[in-house]
Write a protein that binds this ligand. Structure first.
Ligand code: PAF
Length: 295
């Protein structure tokens, strides 16, 4: 496994890879890797010749400075996991490799700033106004900014993302389409702990008790999948609210049942091709999200 820190090194290395006509699979991450990330590495390995993983805690996607500062950083353990998973290239840039001081100082992660889209207008429309977009202002602009930069640096054939971040996946698909990037975005299933809890780097910050509580989230989602045909959407929302109230440690930020393509709330089943139920909660100050595709 090759570990590279600079853009120059990476670009040189990837040129050699491309010269040999190898296909590249890319997994962008913010580190604190867990089996969910490793499943993305494995998915890439099955389809591509060379697997590139980036580890970069992207400052522009954090709307809460405390969250950025507390984000787990476990580079040594991450590299060990990637080595064991036989990842080919790991890119671990410093912030200054990705952003100019102006971009950071001016927080130029807005869609109006066209420096990172090379003059193209990017507009996520209603996709970014709901759920995570509504609760974390600027978050998806920061995600889009770093993902577009990384995709342009690595120029993979395919890039792999987990379905746990359902809305992020929709935003990235839209970004790639709007920027006309010749990259296929591959969605991979959420990997869960034996309790059902969706794997997330943030889980590391939960106490043992909180981790047990967090399993309620997936329990509710699985029940919804079994129940949704027998109930109306308001009944399902009441069911979820009542379930959440059984655990005083859990604070519900939002629960939505939405069209899985547009991510807009739906009031009836059957009018959309596909529907997804999405959650965000806070537990001991830690924000967790999860979702299930109902049909
Ligand atoms: O999902 C993540 O870990 C991040 O949002 C991503 C896609 C690596 C961009 O920083």
């Amino acid at each position: 496994m090759v570990v590279l820190n600079s853009l120059e090194q990476l670009t040189k290395h990837l040129k050699k890879v491309r010269d040999q006509n190898y296909n590249i699979g890319f997994i962008p991450t913010m580190g604190a890797l867990h089996p969910g990330h490793i499943s993305l590495i494995h998915a890439a390995q099955q389809q591509q010749d060379i697997t590139v993983c980036s580890i970069f805690v992207n400052p522009t996607q954090f709307n809460d400075l405390n969250d950025l500062l507390k984000y787990p950083r476990t580079i040594e353990a991450d590299c060990k996991l990637l080595e064991e998973a036989r990842c080919d290239i790991v890119f671990i840039p410093e912030v200054s490799e990705i952003y100019s001081p102006e971009e950071l100082l001016l927080k130029k992660n807005s869609l109006e700033d066209k420096s990172w889209t090379e003059g193209k207008t990017v507009d996520f429309g209603l996709l970014a106004d709901v759920m995570e977009g509504a609760h974390r202002p600027g978050h998806f602009n920061g995600v889009a900014q770093v993902v577009s930069k990384l995709l342009k640096i690595v120029r993979p054939n395919k890039a792999y993302f987990g379905q746990k971040d359902f809305q992020q996946l929709a935003i990235i698909r839209s970004l790639v389409k709007q920027l006309n990037l010749p990259i296929q975005i591959i969605a991979c299933p959420t990997i869960r702990e034996p309790s059902g809890l969706a794997m997330s780097s943030r889980n590391e910050r939960l106490s043992h008790k909180e981790r047990t509580s967090a399993a309620l989230l997936s329990e509710i989602l699985f029940e919804l999948k079994d129940l949704y045909l027998q109930k109306t959407i308001p009944e399902l929302k009441l069911f979820v609210a009542n379930k959440i109230m059984t655990d005083p440690m859990i604070e519900l930020e939002y629960f939505e049942i939405s069209d899985a393509e547009t991510l807009q709330k739906i009031t009836h089943f059957g009018l959309t091709k596909s529907a997804v139920a999405c959650f965000a909660i806070k537990l001991g100050g830690i924000r967790l999200i999860d979702n299930i595709v109902l049909y």
